[in-house]
Each structure stands twice: as structure tokens, then as C-alpha cells.
Ligand binder design. Sequence first.
Ligand code: HEM
Length: 430
Amino acid sequence: MSDQHTAPTPAAVLPRHPADGFTADPLGVLDEGHRRHGPVFRMPVDGEETVLVGTWAGLGELFAAERSRLEVLNTPLVHDLFGHALFNLAADGHGEARRRLRPALSGRALPGYVPSLLDVIGPATDRWALHGTADLHGQVRELTGAMSARVLLGIIPGEADAARFAAAFEEFVAATGAPPGPARYADRRYWAGRSARRDLHDLFARRAAGGAPGGTALAGLVAVFADAPAEAGPLEDHLLALLIAARETTASLLTWCLVELAGHREHAELAAAEARTVAADPDRLVARDGLPVLRSVLAECLRLHAPNLLSMREAVCPLTLAGHRIEAGTRVAYSPSAGHFDPEAFPRPRRFWPGRFLAGQASASRLWAFGGGAHACLGRPLAELMALGVMACALQRGLPSLPAGPPDRISFRPAKAPIDPLPFALESVS
Ligand code: HEM
């Protein structure tokens, strides 16, 4: 039968939305698409036809339907570089690896990480208070890398492994920018990244054998992976994945928290008063109901500036979403924040207004910034602790300010961030 006589599949009649303007304002395009077409529509993403899923209800339906019907769509490059890391695994191996990784990243593990995190954060925020910085996002990325290395691997800033780790990690990160398909083999970054991956695996194994210092996840992870089945993947692959998953996302969130506080002095002053209580009682950083003002700033920044733009899936068998049949083999993407600007859930959605989460006008449970379903973020408690720790330490030293004004140009991938260096300072208040 010729193509023109083939009955259209229901997926083919999904409404199609133009991708015009997506690079400059992806959230605006997605928002408009969902306003016009509802939770599901088609649109080209990176030149490939993709089914976009959004709105709070749409994501709820996606996550409920995803197990055994959708798989994370990773490029051959990501498979090569990350091996059997969590987000490259499917089915049983994935569930097994999550079960084994979760305790080290859960809320219960956090109190043990507070002192070592504060040791890393203190000197960095002292420097911001004394000298400011010409590049807020660059500094925050470095700090996030140091915090993750401290908590996950026990690497203390200044020790010999800190420089070795940072150099190899940068090579590895650079390799993620190589072409995703066969052209990767002709790219120098790819081979340097493969070599950096081997060096990092050696470093992880050496530190695991040497007995990690206190306040680190490594010893517990080594113990739970000692008898893990092969399908759960090697711990070295998971450690590298955790370090990568932590870095751009947490650095993005922190950058926008500090940018918004710099632009809203009254919120910064309120938050600073609360931050000062952390100096006397650091456990407030992990107390369930502790630090409501700082937590409301965090929630509002996750709403307005969700770090991840899109998460990709591929349908491995047919499924139905919002009444539309999606065929096996279809590329599906969701945007964690394509529901964060719904005026019914968040009145005056473009406004920075952390108080909406304090007064009960809005609920943080309506935010999908950490994803949901089978691949929901495992690092959420640690990410929130790192963000609260940095905000608290920074605000104890001064009020954030942007001497050259807020960022003009923004990139949205790999995570939302200013494109140009952004001068930042902490102004002391007497
Ligand atoms: C503000 C910071 C963070 C944000 C916004 C964030 C967001 C997300 C999102 C949206 C996903 C789901 C991706 C998908 O659906 O394909 C995810 C997955 C993941 N995140 Fe995070 N993340 C953050 C920090 C962290 C940290 C600190 C860690 C680890 C220390 C981490 C580890 C992971 C892992 C391992 C996955 C994959 C889970 C799986 O495939 O089962 N994340 N994250």
C-alpha cells in the first residue's frame, strides 16, 4: 500500500506547533504551545519531530504511564561516556541501581554532610564578600563541583586529589560537547573525555580503597555496591553520573537565587535575617520545617528558573497521553517548567514573589523542576541542602548585588545560565 493510502495514525493528527523563536525564548514557545493545544503537541526539537508534554496535569499523566513504555533517550555519545550510569539503564537494572544509590542521597543522610559542606562553602563566600567576582556563574560552578567532590568522594579542597579531580572532570565535561553521533570519533574532545573517564574511575577506586573521611557518601556506597548484581552497573559509572547531574543543575539554581536576591533587596534582607540563625545552629539547614524564608526563595527560583529545559524519552511501545495515541519509536520530551507559569496555580506567574509559598497561595508540590516518575531526581535533598547552605553563608556575609546589572543573554542548555560573565558582590550591611 502506498503512503498516501495509509490511514493516519492518531499520533499524526496531534496538533503541531511552530518552533520559531525556540532558541531565544524556549519557555515562551512551550507555554504558548500548551496554551493553544493543551498538554500534548508536536514540534521539531533540534531538527527532529518530537511530542512535547507539559502542564502539571500532562506531566502527572506522563510519569504515571512511563514505566516500561518510555525509555530515556540518550545519544550514542552519552552511552559511550557514561557507560552503565543510572540514566543509561532500563528496567530492572535501573530500579536496582536507584535502590542502592538512594540512601546515600536521602534526607536521612544529609545531617552528616552539613559540617563538610560548610567547610567548603565558607572560604568561597568569604572571597565573594572581600573581593566580589567578575563571573558569578563560573564561581558557583566551581563551588558546586567542590561541594559535590567533598560530599560524594571525600575530596578536601587543597589536597592533591582536588586538582587532579578538577582537571580530569573538566576534560570529561568538555567531551559531552562532542557531536552526539558517529562524528564524535573525529573529535579530539571525545578521546580526551574517554581518557579522563579512565583517570576518574582510577581515582574513585583509589579513594574507595583508601577509606573515605567522615561526612562523605563514598564509604556507604562502596558497601551497598559490593554485592550488587552486574545489571545495576558499576559504582564508578554512577559516581561520575552523580557528579555530572549535580553540577550544572545546582550551579544554575544557585546563580538564579543570587541574581533574584540581588534584584529584590526586601527579600534579601528577610532571608539574611534567617540566614544569621544558621550560624548558631547549622542543623537548621536540614530541619524539615527550618528556614521557611530561604526555602520560599528556593521554591520561587525553581519555579521561575527551573535548570533543565527538556528531558528526552523514546516510546518503546504505544501509549496514550491526553487522549492521543503515541506510537512506539516516537521521540517524546517534557519540560519540567512547562506548568510553572500557569496563572491558576501561580497568580502573576512572571513576578518574583517567594511569599506565595509562605502564605499558602501556592504549593511547592506543583513544581516539577526535579522531574518525576521512574527517573525523578535522586539528588534533590542534596541539591536543596547545597543551595540553602550557599545562600545562608553568602547572606551572613552581605547582601547580593550585581554591579553591572542583571544578565542580558541567557542560554537554556545544558542548564539555564547567563551567557556572559556576570559581576557579583556581597555588600556588607552594618
Ligand atoms: C537544582 C538541582 C537539580 C535539579 C533541578 C535536578 C533536576 C533533575 C531532573 C529534572 C531529573 C529528571 C531527568 C529526566 O526525567 O530524564 C533529574 C535526574 C537525576 N538527577 Fe537531578 N537535579 C538536580 C541536582 C541533582 C544532584 C545534586 C544530584 C546528585 C548528587 C542529582 C542526581 C540525579 C540523577 C542520578 C538523576 C537520574 C535519575 C534516573 O535516571 O533514575 N541531581 N534531575
